[in-house]
Design a protein around this ligand. Structure first.
Ligand code: C2E
Ligand code: MG
Ligand code: MG
Length: 444
């Protein structure tokens, strides 16, 4: 059997990392090359500038190796952009015979920025790319420059024009090729998802929610996709696409049905009958006018106890039509179904709205939990969320608890429900049942 091929999200990240490696090597190579060239001419200032570029290339390589992709990209962007501008304005000033050519690399940078900043805010993406294009237009249309003794000799610039333009075109070609590949991969993903739903390739894993005394209160149902070629695909690689295409509606309905069926099975096992089950609900799913009716129908059809079902909503869905959201949440509460606010602290949250929402639970996002011990700001945010949640009468759950130190910090700050790898990863039903039994034995 051939090895599974990675999901598009992972492929994208791999391509970005590969691009950063290439950029780092080029920065080191070009920086050192020009440093040697100007060393021979005794231009010490330029040797220092080019040396700095080589060192920053090394920094980009190190950051990429550490998987700090975003920071690596911004270091690369700032270094290469300022070098191109400086080079174009000092060494590569156009004259009547030879045009400027180093600035063509700005186009390569702009395409790379579009690719890497794909998931950033539109504001960030467009302003970075816009700045690059404006600089390109300015350097293409003017003869601006500062005349110094370091101007590259005419004959070197003639061949430089050919080399720079050809290399920049090669870079553009490679990046456009990557972009086209990514677009076709994502439409293939949509087709595969439709087939996957029909072929029952999706399944749920369960991650325990545990109290400070080790009691298991329940679990969160987390969706996975067993793709015939890509292997196991995590929701991060398909939920966005499912949202965009509307496939989240049949998929979400399937998750709800399965979670309720699981609750009924557990209800028949005395040691598991008290467990609650949290289900993630996406914005598009919740916005459906008959969403509450769908939940009610599933509860009736499966016979699940509504008090054991929790729906996890995210802050991002609170932006539009608050009255409708509050109304739906109240109707769900009337059915006995509780709502939890997931990833709290990462999105838009107005405290006025928070007060209005009939919530049962707040989940502190894992990005704050991760650094509670090393970052005083995250510690302060986690503390504030716990105090805020408690004072509004919500249960507060900390997500992404991975170490004993994080758990102890949370307990000291009055948070007593946790979910995270320290206790259990998301696991299949038989392992989850064994986990609950083991926890119960330890408590006795
Ligand atoms: P979420 O609802 O915030 O779920 C928590 C995520 O954190 C899960 O990722 C879980 O595996 C991960 N996690 C839990 N503990 C730890 C930890 O200690 N360390 C680390 N590094 N990660 C931890 P997962 O399963 O990949 O799900 C990602 C997101 O996909 C979920 O975030 C949720 O927003 C979405 N999702 C998952 N299943 C569904 C679903 O059925 N429907 C919808 N609409 N979204 C879903
Ligand atoms: Mg969740
Ligand atoms: Mg979360």
């Amino acid at each position: 059997m051939s090895a599974p091929q990675p999901a598009p999200g992972q492929l994208h990240l791999r391509r970005v990392r590969m691009m950063l490696w290439v950029a780092a090597v080029l920065m080191m190579g070009i920086g050192l090359g020009w440093a040697v060239f100007f060393f021979a001419r005794g231009a010490w200032v330029i040797v220092a500038v080019e040396g700095a570029m080589a060192v920053l290339g090394l920094v980009v390589a190190w950051l990429t190796q550490q998987r700090r992709t975003r920071l690596a990209f911004f270091v690369m962007l700032a270094t290469v952009y300022s070098s191109i501008c400086a080079f174009g304005l000092v060494f590569d000033i156009p004259d009547a015979q030879v045009p400027r050519s180093t600035h063509h690399f700005i186009l390569v940078l702009a395409l790379a920025a579009m690719l890497v900043l794909r998931d950033e805010s539109a504001w960030m993406r467009h302003s970075v790319v816009g700045l690059l294009f404006v600089s390109y237009v300015a350097l293409s249309s003017t003869t601006w420059g500062i005349q110094t003794q370091y101007l590259i000799p005419h004959e070197v610039r003639i061949s430089g024009t050919w080399v720079n333009t050809a290399l920049a075109m090669l870079g553009l070609y490679a990046l456009v090729h990557i972009m086209v590949t990514e677009v076709s991969e994502s439409s293939a993903l949509e087709v595969d998802m439709r087939k996957g739903i029909a072929r029952d390739e999706f399944f749920l894993l369960y991650q325990a929610q545990v109290t400070h005394s080790g009691e298991v209160l329940g679990a969160e149902a987390l969706l996975r996709w067993r793709h015939p070629k890509m292997g196991l695909v995590a929701p991060g690689d398909f939920i966005d696409m499912a949202e965009q295409t509307g496939l989240i509606l049949p998929l979400g309905a399937w998750v709800l049905r399965n979670a309720c069926t699981q609750l009924v099975t557990w209800a028949q096992m005395p040691e598991l009958s008290h467990l609650s089950l949290s289900v993630n609900v996406s914005a598009r799913q919740f916005r459906q006018s008959d969403f509450v009716g769908q939940v009610e129908a599933v509860l009736e059809r499966t016979g699940a106890n509504p008090r054991r079902l929790k729906l996890e909503l995210t802050e991002s869905m609170l932006v539009e039509d608050m009255d409708d959201i509050v109304h739906k949440m109240e109707s769900l509460r009337a059915l006995g179904v509780g709502c939890s606010l997931d990833d709290f602290g990462t999105g838009y949250s107005s405290l006025t709205y928070l007060k209005k929402l009939p919530l049962e639970q707040l989940k502190i996002d894992q990005s704050f939990v991760r650094d509670v011990l090393s970052d005083p700001n995250d510690a302060a945010i986690a503390h504030t969320i716990i105090t805020l949640g408690k004072s509004l009468g919500f249960a507060v759950v900390a997500e992404g608890v991975e170490t004993q130190g994080q758990r102890d910090f949370l307990v000291a700050n009055d948070c007593h429900i946790f979910q995270g790898y320290l206790f259990s990863k998301p696991i299949a039903v038989p392992e989850f049942v064994a986990f609950v039994r083991r926890a119960q034995e330890l408590q006795r």
